[in-house]
Each structure stands twice: as C-alpha cells, then as structure tokens.
Design a protein around this ligand. Sequence first.
Ligand SMILES: Cc1cc2nc3c(=O)[nH]c(=O)nc-3n(C[C@H](O)[C@H](O)[C@H](O)COP(=O)(O)OP(=O)(O)OC[C@H]3O[C@@H](n4cnc5c(N)ncnc54)[C@H](O)[C@@H]3O)c2cc1C
Length: 457
Amino acid sequence: MSENTASAEFLPQSPRGSRLQQEHVRKVARVAEQLRRRKSTAPLSRHKRAVSHQVPKAHDKKHSDEKISMVDFDQVIDIDAERRICIAEPGVPFCKVVEKTLPLGLVPIVVPELKTITIGGAVAGCSIESMSFQYGGFHDTCLEYEIITAQGDVLRCTPDNEHQLVFQMMHGSFGTVGILSRLVFRLIPAKRYVHITHEKHESIDTYLDSIYAHFERQDVQFMDGIIHSNTRLSLCVGDFVDSAPYTNRYDWLKVYYQSTATRDQDYFETPHYFYRYDHGVTNVHPKSFLGRLLLGKFLGSSQILRIAEKARWLVLDDARPDVTVDTFLPFSRLKEFLLWWEKDCGHFPLWCVPYRRVHDYEWLSDEYWKRVTDQLMVDIAIYGMKQRGETNTYRLLETKLAELGGVKTLISYNYYPEQEFWGIFHRKNFEAVKAITDPNNIFRDLYEKTCKAAMGR
Ligand SMILES: Cc1cc2nc3c(=O)[nH]c(=O)nc-3n(C[C@H](O)[C@H](O)[C@H](O)COP(=O)(O)OP(=O)(O)OC[C@H]3O[C@@H](n4cnc5c(N)ncnc54)[C@H](O)[C@@H]3O)c2cc1C
C-alpha cells in the first residue's frame, strides 16, 4: 500500500507545498513501516513536540507506554488562498497556522484559545471557541484526514468516501482510533482587528435570550461569555474590523475575564483576541499582579502545562484533583444547570461558549441524540475549582449531565462505570472502526484510555 494517499483534490499547488508533501510522504512511510514491523500488542502512544493540553494526571499510564515519534509532523504543508483551505500535519499548533494564514487575510474557523493546542489534538480531543455558535468544533471545519492504522496501513478519510465512519470517529477519539498524520481544513476571511462588546446581564433569563437572539440572527462573528455569578453575566460579542482606535492584549499584567465585567467594549489585534485566554480562561496563572509582573511574560499555558507534566508527582493530587473540565449542555437545560451548580457547587466564574449542533457526532450513542432536540448546545467550562469535603465533583457532574441531556469532555478526570460510559459513547461505531484501524487494540479503547489508564488504573 503506497503511503501517498493525498487525493488529487487536496494536493499542494505551490512548489514549496509539493516539496513539503514529498517530505511528508517520507515521514508517513517511516511511521507506517515502524508499525508494520512491530509485533508487540502492548499499548503504544504517540510522542509529539508540543505539550499536551489534556488535564495532566500524575499516574497517567501514557507516560510509561512505548512511544512512536511524531515530533516532526509539525509542518504547514500548503495554504490555498483561493480555495481557502490549509493542508497541515497534526503537530502544528494553532498559533503557527494563524501566523501563516493571517498575512493572506485568512484564519482557521475555530481557533482554541491556548496558543499551542495542535490541530491534531483539536480533532482527536475537543475544540471550541467563540465562532462555535456558527460552525461547531474544529473537526466540523475539516475536509480530509490521512490516518495511519496500527497495522501501518494509510487511509484517506473524508465525510463521504469509503472511510467516512473512520473520519467521523477520529473526532473525540483521544488517540484510540489511529494516528492522524495529515489534515485538510477550511479557512475563512479575517481582518487585522477584532472589536468586542461586553453585554452585561443581571439575570440568567435575559442572558439566554440574548445568546439565542444572536444565534438566530447570526449578527455577530464571535460570541462567548463569562458567568461571574448567576446575577452578573457577561456576553462578549463582536466582529473582525479593519481599524481600531486602540488595541488591548491580555498576555501579561491584565486579565481578560476580569475585563469582561468592567469594560463595555474592547479592541484587539486579531492574534491577541485569539489568545486573550492563553494565561488561563478563569484560572489565570500567575494569579497575583506581582506574579504576573515578574513572571507573566514567560509563563503562558504551554509553560504551565509543561511544568505540571514534568513535576506531576510533586504538583498533582490524583486523589482530590482540582476540577478543570468542559461540559456540553443542550441550550434549553442551561438555566437548570446554572441554578443547580450555584446551589451544589457554587464555583464561579465559568466560561460559556455557545456551540451549534452542526452534526450528530457518530461517537455519541444513538440514545444520546434521541434525547437532545436543541440545535444549540452550550459549553460550560470549569477551571481550577477546589473540591469541597468528600464530594467527588467530577462524578457529581457526570450524573447531573446525564440527567440534563449533557455530556462531559473526557480531557480530564473520568469516573464513569463502564456500562454507563457506553450508554453515552457509541460502542458499536468504535468497535466497527477499531476492527479496521486497530484490531489488536494497541491504542487502547476509549473507556480503557480515558477512564482507567489516564487515572493510572
Ligand atoms: C486548562 C485547559 C483549557 C482548555 N481549554 C480549551 C478551550 O478553551 N478550547 C478548546 O477547544 N479546548 C480546550 N482544552 C482542551 C484541549 O483543547 C483538548 O484537550 C485538546 O485535545 C488538546 O489538544 P493538544 O494539541 O494539546 O493535544 P494532546 O493533548 O496532546 O492530545 C489530545 C488527545 O488527542 C490525541 N491526539 C493528539 N494528536 C493526535 C494524532 N496526531 N493522532 C491521533 N490522536 C491524537 C491524544 O492522544 C490525546 O488523547 C483545554 C484543556 C485544558 C487542560
């Protein structure tokens, strides 16, 4: 099986692109050959250059797995400004994609807010940001995936070819389906600046009314929010603009989420808007002004996560971890969730990201989708909450979300019993795809990887 699976439709047009595509083919051949030669069925994990943006865990078994190196899969292979598409390798961080596309007046559609989240991780993990109310997640903007299977076969997967289920199941698979080795995704026009208005709301009702009105009218390009409490709610809406009377950035002393409660509006250079939360969304590091003055310039999310990963034995407590997790809820159940959260957990601020139901993801069970009728979902993200007393807040969230038709992203700590887990996630679809891509289960299955191995069990 030749490793050059790139379809004619998505072959680089530029000489530089063609050269990088040839280099890419050689890299894929190297990895495929390693997998073909490997006889062991022991778990195998990928090693990439950028830090992982999953919540680090002290006992995560991935650290002791045999590794396959993907450190050199970090190239932007080609940008076709006319067709507004980008061809790139999975290890490319979004900040590098934006750096290359913005000079052409284009950007990726969903740019997660931490600079070094990679495009591969955004597909295989999860990804949201303030354009998600129009476009869903980054996966929903992708057109083609090249996937290397555990047997060293290389598949070209699109939403409508013979590997469409593999294409869909790569999303949210957390590396259990196969190795994503090349992506083709859409770009949209962008301008040099972004203008944001911070709407202030004193009740959940007016807040939800405004979110739904903007969703229906599609009258803004960006929409997310900070819920400071259930009576102080900021909705941050805005657009790309050609000029700005001033610009702000929040990558040193100033803290963006706090500004949403104090400012009526703000202007940014586009990259500074994308990375307004890079020091943490609502759990900013360093916390103190003095800490930011001395270290803020050097300590972005990547450095903090790298330290946490390296010193995980010292800094992480897997028994009583702080709560950092994204939850997805049907819009119609959000008020119930916020009132419950205030009463039973009471941790604020929260990040609120409306998310259009662009596609009923094949990795969630049919039973799950039968229960959800909303066309708009909302991501409510909790960052850095200290757990109280004996309560396991992660487990509390898992049961409450099941009650409200919601789902918890698997990037953090997961306590689902196996049967309950497969009531939410689509076991049959995973098994159908694993039969093609990883019949010996060397990449682990989704439950084993996210609810057991990640927790050191
Ligand atoms: C503090 C914090 C804040 C966050 N905030 C946001 C946010 O605002 N918006 C958002 O969208 N996300 C957010 N995330 C989640 C984060 O985006 C996801 O966890 C994302 O998957 C991380 O991508 P990464 O590039 O760091 O990949 P990694 O963390 O390295 O990988 C994520 C998963 O994808 C798999 N994977 C990665 N690359 C490949 C590949 N080439 N082939 C196969 N599998 C692969 C890995 O095995 C892993 O299971 C946040 C996470 C944290 C910890």
